[in-house]
Design a protein around this ligand. Structure first.
Ligand code: GRF
Length: 220
């Protein structure tokens, strides 16, 4: 069962997936590609250090637009989708991917649009995204800081993290796994963040395994 992971940063969630490969948590799974939109993303190093090494690619938006004058953000997203689709994944995991994926990307992965002018994916490829907040609570960027601030102001009792299906509205897809994370009054944000990231490492593996079992179950 084939996974493609999209990253932008340190890749600690990618590392959680790498460490879980072919363990009971994530049996019979293979990461076919790690794609980053930033060449400096340490997650690329984690993929290259994996044994066996995991194929990596970098497709950064600004350099793409500069070297392809006249091309748009939508063309970039189609290029990302094409690179992903060619690796024939059973699931695509957005693990800290800092771009909002446009409809073009989802049209390709759902099989509605060709990814190179003629070929289409055979069956819809599920895309899941890790988001460090509870459903509908702090959509969008800086969710960790916003939740922490809201807690300190007494507006919320706790926060959490979730993995959800990627649909066209940002961070609004059906949750696959949701895990509440407590915040302690007066604790520094770093303490909360550390607890939250540990939760993410756990649910990103569980959510990926759950989707794989849906789309490519292991016939025991
Ligand atoms: C995670 O906190 C994720 O929720 C957010 O970006 C961070 C990615 O961290 N979208 P890493 O690159 O996996 O370490």
């Amino acid at each position: 069962r084939r996974i493609v992971v999209l990253i932008s940063g340190s890749g600690s969630n990618l590392q959680a997936l790498i460490d879980a490969l072919n363990t009971p948590a994530l049996p019979r799974a293979h990461i076919a590609l790690v794609l980053s939109n930033r060449k400096a993303a340490y997650g690329l190093t984690r993929a290259q250090n994996a044994r066996p090494p995991i194929e990596t690619a970098v497709l950064a938006l600004q350099p793409y637009l500069k070297t392809n004058p006249g091309k748009s953000r939508r063309d970039y997203d189609l290029q990302v989708a094409k690179l992903v689709a060619k690796h024939n994944p059973d699931v695509v995991v957005l693990a800290g991917w800092m771009h909002i994926m446009s409809e073009g990307f989802l049209d390709v992965l759902s099989g509605d649009a060709p990814y190179d002018g003629e070929h289409k994916v055979q069956k819809p490829i599920p895309v899941i995204n890790l988001h460090p907040a509870l459903p509908g609570a702090f959509d969008g960027a800086h969710a960790i800081e916003r939740a922490y601030e809201a807690f300190q102001k007494g507006e919320i009792k706790h926060s959490g993290a979730m993995v959800h299906r990627v649909v066209r509205e940002v961070d609004r897809g059906q949750p696959v796994i949701v895990q509440e994370v407590e915040i302690n009054l007066g604790e520094p944000i770093e303490a909360y963040e550390e607890r939250l990231h540990k939760t993410e490492w756990d649910i990103i593996v569980k959510a990926t395994a759950k989707i794989l079992d849906e789309v490519a179950p292991i016939s025991s």
